[in-house]
Ligand binder design. Structure first.
Ligand code: ADP
Ligand code: MG
Length: 703
């Protein structure tokens, strides 16, 4: 149950004065929690929507010496009005002056009567806004504030600026925030007192209030103690939740599974290559986990192409050998089927019964497979996440492998663990994740890292080329494909707004390339029927097709080892993590590979930096760190928003270093007070609710 003291913060936004039924949803979309299962936005969400910076209007400037382009406050005398010309072109102008000179204040599409009241001729007004010089004369277009001298105190001296959305004006936001601040109850302190003193961090209410009512520029500056305190609150809530999840998963006793070694031996013998040292080490970690009575909760982190699938297969084999079943979940149907196809020969050689189900199976075949799974006639079941969420019944699911899922959140982990009795869990991530993010999202898991790539891999030559030279690129691909027998991916641009336009772009490129290369080109995109996708992939795999035009469906996991060229069109629209993933489709065999990043000039700063990193490095861990610096964690974890998904206040580039402290703090708290029953424990429960980590509260067991 939510602590009662929080009730005022969990009222709907519409309960605030000035927030009506029309505004509430708009505001809610801006400040509320996101995600499919998100609850309605509440007053507390608004309070956690903190300003990004501050406009200081406290100093009065003179017209002629006001810094160009800066927001200033001027004390001016109104001279005359010059209404807008009747043709509607040009603004309504008001001439004003101060002791230093003249200024023209202009308005577009404003009412004459209103402006005459706002600027009575002969009177003095304080105007605040941006001064710009135009044709040698200073002007101010649409001042932010105009007040009389008597009303000088109505001018906000320190004005916090919030991330905004359409239909919510700064004034409305201000009022709603003020209303929300009035609801802020006096909450018990959940942080450790001596720690607060040492860090010189303020209390929760003080921090929040000061951010919304800043007193000086430095209050909102990067690294300010107010936001830092709140970010730490959020980090601690998260770490506490992860620790509770871990404890709850762990104490549900697994069972020691001791494989005999027979199947593993056969599997090893059937491999066409030797495992890398990293693969061997990760497999050893997994076997040790499975052999212990505790449930396995392990993350395998490895760069693209490092061979995670083999680790998964060995884990599955061990589970089967010990008498259970295993499942592998892939994020897309394409990948699920590819996994099944690629491990099928090894499974057969090792005597493992493999099946695959996806949404597009015929009902009859699907039913048969599910029955076989239920009676234990299938050892390894491959499928997509969605299917597993809908409940497939296993006879005895001993191991669940979750592949390429960077957003396999706490919620999903709990859901999955509720599925099989004592099922071991192995999660594999698509991208190397920097340490701070790893702790924040997978802090409850043990980690194995694949640091080596399979032997014999050649570096990938990466070049960026302007789209103006598209014809040359097509010609070069033509030569490589037609006379050298190469295979190439051609990835089409990502269009932010809609999948439909992604598709249109891919189809258009497909048509153009088909004109040049004929039947050697295949197309694959997310909207195709599964059978069509499979057919396109099959043609590319077999070499009937040598150029595969694709949308980003090929981003994760697709494995065609003899493809050696990848062209990424509009590379400037992709994030680093995505580019790295895409590039990882080549360089998988023994031949040298090429990655061409086609960009549209001119490049912005960030895009330029990204392409440079791509040219300079193939090291996924370095790329991940750079990505974090350039973009925050959002993109890395598969969303396009900046900041950290699931977090309201934490900016990894500013507060990331506090993650470890929060982790240690959470461990200490739970060691001393596992049921969160002390006074501080109770306060910490409040914290969990405040930051939407209350799912974890249900996991707390007394004692
Ligand atoms: P990822 O880690 O990106 O999932 P995959 O598991 O798809 O990588 O492996 C990439 C490719 O490397 C596959 O073609 C796979 O068969 C091959 N591979 C995996 N392990 C080895 C190894 N030890 N030696 C050589 N090739 C390997
Ligand atoms: Mg993979």
């Amino acid at each position: 149950m939510r602590p009662e003291i929080l009730n005022p913060l969990f009222q709907p936004l519409a309960s605030l004065k000035g927030v009506g039924p029309k505004l509430a949803p708009k505001l809610g979309k801006l400040v509320g929690p996101s995600g499919e299962t998100a609850r309605e936005a509440v007053v507390g969400d608004l309070l956690l929507h903190v300003p990004t910076h501050l406009i200081d209007r406290s100093r009065e400037e003179l017209i002629t010496t006001a810094p160009e382009g800066a927001i200033v406050t001027l004390r001016v005398r109104v001279d005359r009005h010059r209404p807008a010309p009747p043709n509607g072109r040009g603004p309504y102008r008001i001439a004003v002056h101060d002791e230093s000179g003249e200024l023209s204040v202009s308005y577009f599409h404003a009412e004459k009567a209103w402006l005459e009241k706002l600027f009575p001729v002969g009177e003095t007004r304080l105007v605040s806004g941006r001064v710009e010089w135009f044709n040698g004369a200073p002007q101010m277009v649409h001042p932010d504030h105009v007040v009389s001298v008597e009303d000088a105190d109505k001018l906000p001296k320190m004005e916090p600026v919030y991330p905004m959305t359409e239909g919510v004006s700064p004034r409305i936001m201000r009022r709603a925030i003020e209303g929300a601040l009035e609801r802020l109850p006096a909450l018990p302190e959940w942080q450790d007192g001596p720690m607060l003193a040492r860090e010189r961090w303020p209390g929760f209410a003080e921090a929040l209030t000061r951010l919304h009512r800043p007193e000086e520029q430095s209050d909102l500056a990067e690294g300010n103690p107010f936001l830092t305190r709140l970010a730490y609150d959020e980090l601690l809530a998260n770490q506490l939740a992860l620790a509770l999840v871990r404890k709850s998963l762990r104490t549900a006793v697994g069972r020691a599974r001791k494989p005999t070694g027979e199947i593993l031996k056969r599997l090893r013998a059937a491999l066409p290559f030797a495992l890398t040292g990293s693969q061997d080490a990760a497999i050893a970690d997994v076997l040790a986990d499975m052999g212990s009575p505790n449930r396995m909760i392990r993350l395998v982190q490895g760069d693209v192409g490092s061979g995670k699938t083999m680790v998964a297969l060995f884990a599955c084999a061990a589970a089967v050998e010990a008498g259970g079943q295993a499942s592998i979940m892939a994020p897309t149907e394409l990948l699920a089927r590819q996994h099944a196809r690629s491990i099928a020969p090894l499974c057969e050689a090792a005597g493992l019964r493999l099946a695959c189900i996806t949404g597009s199976d015929r009902p009859k075949a699907r039913k048969e497979t599910l029955e076989a799974v239920a009676i234990g006639e299938v050892d390894i079941l491959v499928g997509t996440h969605a299917l597993f969420q809908q409940g497939v019944l296993f006879r005895d699911l001993a191991l669940a492998v979750v592949d390429e899922q960077h957003r396999f959140g706490v919620h999903q982990r709990l859901a999955l663990s509720a599925k099989g009795s004592r099922t071991d869990l192995l999660v594999m991530t698509a991208t190397p994740i920097p340490r701070t993010l790893l702790l924040s999202y997978f802090g409850d898991m043990d980690v194995s890292r694949l640091t080596e790539k399979p032997a014999g891999r050649k570096p990938i030559a990466t070049r960026s080329v302007s789209l103006d030279r598209l014809d040359e690129v097509v010609e070069r691909i033509g030569t490589a494909v037609q006379s050298e027998g190469a295979k190439a991916y051609w990835v089409c641009p990502l269009v932010e707004e809609s999948e439909v336009s992604d598709l249109a772009a891919a189809e258009e490129r497909f048509a153009v390339l088909k004109d040049v290369f004929g039947d050697m080109v295949a197309l694959v995109h997310g909207r195709m029927k599964a059978a069509e996708k499979d057919e396109a992939m099959r043609r590319f795999q077999s070499g009937e097709a040598r150029v595969l035009v694709a949308t980003t469906v090929i981003e994760v996991g697709v494995d065609v080892p003899d493809a050696t060229i990848i062209v990424i069109e509009h590379a400037e629209r992709f994030g680093l993590a995505q580019l790295h993933q895409l590039r990882g489709r080549v360089g998988r065999g023994s031949k040298a590979s090429t990655c061409l990043l086609l960009f549209k000039a001119p490049l912005g700063e960030t895009a330029k930096a990204r392409l440079t990193v791509m040219r300079e490095s193939e090291d996924g861990f370095r790329i991940a760190e750079e990505d974090l610096k350039l973009r925050g964690g959002g993109e890395l974890l598969g969303t396009r928003q900046s900041g950290m998904p699931g977090f309201r206040l934490v900016r990894p580039e500013i507060h990331g270093h506090l993650t470890e402290m929060a982790r240690d703090d959470a461990a200490l708290v739970l060691a001393k007070d596992p049921g969160l029953q002390t006074e501080r424990g109770a306060a910490l429960r409040t914290l969990l609710y405040l930051f939407g980590r209350d799912e974890a509260v249900r996991l707390i067991r007394a004692g």
